[in-house]
Design a protein around this ligand. Structure first.
Ligand code: ZN
Length: 435
C-alpha cells in the first residue's frame, strides 16, 4: 500500500527527525580519482531510488515474522530473485532447526522457522567476505502492521529498516563489486538467516561455517539512531525459571500448600539485585502462573533476559542464577527448574574490529559523511560471528528508526550514501590481505 505524505504524517515522523548519516555539506574537498568513482556510484544509486524503494517494499510487504516460516520462505525467494542479477555461483535455501521455546505451562517444545538464504560467488578465491542479515521480523502474520507507506524517500513499514532495507543495500554493494576489477579477486557469501529476532539458535551452524570460511564480515542490521555503527556489543542470555509447589485450599489447609507464586516473587527479587554488578543487567520481562485465589498456587514461571559485558560476567551470572535458584527452592520447599535458552557472547573491541571501524569512519569521511562507532547493549549475529573468530561490522544497513514498533521507518536515500562507503571498506580490507 502506498499513501500520500499527508496520511503518512500521522505517524509523527518528520523529516527533521532524519537520522541518516550526517552529511557535512559545508566542507569542500578536492575530488580524487577514487572519490570521483564513488560520487558516480552515489549518483547512479540516487538515480535508481525508485527501483530501490520498490525492492525494499517488495520484501517488507511479505510478512516474515520469525514463526511464519511460509512467509519467511517467500521473502527468501523474493530476495533470491533480486540477487539473480549478480550471477551468483550458488543460491541455496538452507533448512534451519526449529527454535526451542518454553510454553506458558513450563513445557519445553520448539517452533519451526523458515529457511536461510545463502548466495555465494567465487568460493575458491583466497579473500572471502560474508555479508549478513536476516529475513525475519518481530511482526507475526496476525499483526496489524503489514504494509508500507512511502512518503518522498521515507518508508514506513514492517522490517523496512530491520533489516530488509539493509538486504537491498547489501545487494547493491555486491552489484557494484561485480562491476570493478578488484571485485573479481574476492569471493563472497551473502548469508541471510530466518531466526535472528529470536537469537539465531537454529542458524548457529551456518554462522559458524561462514566465520570459518571468511576473512571479514559486513552486517546489514540498521544503522544506529545517530547513523553510526555498533562497536562493542554486550552479550545476552535468555531463560525461564519454572517453579512448582504444592496446591492446597487457601481457607482450610493453607499451611499444607507451598506457593509457587511466592517462591517466584522471592526468586525474582533476589536475582534482580544482581543488577548491582557493573556491566550486568537482569530483567524478568514476563511472569505467569497461579489460578483461583482460594487455592495456594502450585505453578509459576518467569522469563528473563540478561546482558553481560564480558565472558567472565556471563560465567558469573550463570553461577549466581544456579546458586540463588537452588537456595530458594530449598528454603521454600519448591521445585525450581532453571531453563537456559538462547545466548550470544559479548562482542568486544579487538584490533581487527577497530581496524574495520576505522575504515568505516575514514571511508565515510571521504564521502562527506560521518559514521562513528558506538558501543551498545544490543546483540545480533555479529556477536556470534565475532565469537566464531570473524571480525565484522554489523550495522552497515539502512538508516531509519523506531525498529520493533509500528512506527518503524527507513530512509532509502541512505542506501545511496552508504553503499559507496561499504564498497570502500571492502576494497581496503581486500587490499590489506594482498599487501
Ligand atoms: Zn535486525
Amino acid at each position: 500500500m502506498t499513501t500520500g505524505a499527508k496520511e503518512f504524517s500521522r505517524f509523527g515522523v518528520h523529516h527533521e527527525d532524519c537520522i541518516g548519516s550526517k552529511v557535512r555539506r559545508s566542507e569542500k574537498r578536492r575530488p580524487t580519482t577514487t572519490t570521483l568513482t564513488r560520487m558516480t556510484l552515489r549518483e547512479q544509486l540516487t538515480g535508481r531510488l525508485d527501483e530501490l524503494i520498490a525492492n525494499v517494499v517488495a520484501l517488507a510487504e511479505i510478512n516474515s515474522g520469525t514463526h511464519n516460516p511460509d512467509g519467511v520462505n517467500r521473502c527468501a525467494e523474493r530476495l533470491a530473485e533480486q540477487v539473480e542479477a549478480l550471477r551468483p555461483d550458488r543460491v541455496e535455501m538452507v533448512p534451519v532447526d526449529p527454535t526451542p521455546i518454553v510454553t506458558e505451562n513450563g513445557e519445553q517444545t520448539s517452533r519451526p522457522v523458515g529457511n536461510a538464504l545463502r548466495v555465494t560467488k567465487r568460493a575458491d578465491t583466497p579473500f572471502q567476505v560474508c555479508l549478513f542479515g536476516h529475513l525475519d521480523t518481530v511482526f507475526p502474520a496476525e499483526h496489524p502492521f503489514q504494509t508500507v507507506a512511502v512518503s518522498n524517500h521515507r518508508l514506513h513499514g514492517p522490517g523496512v529498516a530491520d533489516c530488509k532495507g539493509g538486504l537491498v543495500l547489501a545487494t547493491e554493494v555486491l552489484r557494484h563489486v561485480e562491476t570493478v576489477e578488484w571485485g573479481q579477486q574476492i569471493g563472497w557469501e551473502f548469508l541471510v538467516v530466518p531466526d535472528e529476532e529470536v537469537g539465531s539458535v537454529g542458524s548457529q551452524p551456518l554462522l559458524r561455517a561462514a566465520a570459518g570460511r571468511c576473512n571479514i564480515g559486513l552486517g546489514f542490521e540498521p544503522a544506529l539512531p545517530s547513523g553510526g555503527v555498533a562497536g562493542a556489543r554486550k552479550g545476552t542470555l535468555n531463560g525461564h525459571t519454572v517453579v512448582r509447589g504444592r496446591a492446597a485450599h487457601a481457607g482450610r489447609a493453607h499451611h499444607e500448600g507451598r506457593s509457587a507464586v511466592r517462591g517466584l516473587a522471592r526468586l525474582i527479587d533476589t536475582l534482580e539485585e544482581l543488577n548491582e554488578r557493573d556491566g550486568v543487567t537482569v530483567n524478568f520481562g514476563r511472569i505467569s502462573g497461579g489460578g483461583p485465589t482460594n487455592v495456594v498456587p502450585d505453578f509459576a514461571m518467569g522469563a528473563f533476559n540478561l546482558r553481560v559485558g564480558t565472558a567472565e560476567d556471563s560465567a558469573w551470572i550463570r553461577q549466581q542464577f544456579e546458586r540463588v535458584t537452588a537456595r530458594t527452592a530449598a528454603a521454600h520447599e519448591l521445585e525450581i527448574e532453571l531453563i537456559w535458552g538462547s545466548s550470544r557472547d559479548p562482542k568486544p573491541r579487538t584490533p581487527a574490529l577497530d581496524q574495520l571501524l576505522a575504515d568505516v569512519a575514514s571511508a565515510a569521511d571521504e564521502a562527506g559523511l560521518q559514521i562513528a562507532a558506538e558501543d551498545t547493549g544490543g546483540c545480533c549475529d555479529g556477536n556470534d560471528l565475532a565469537a566464531a573468530g570473524l571480525p565484522n561490522v554489523d550495522s552497515l544497513g539502512i538508516c531509519g528508526g523506531n525498529i520493533h514498533s509500528s512506527q518503524e521507518f527507513a530512509e532509502v536515500g541512505s542506501i545511496a550514501e552508504r553503499v559507496p562507503v561499504v564498497v570502500e571498506v571492502l576494497r581496503r580490507a581486500y587490499r590489506r590481505s594482498v599487501a
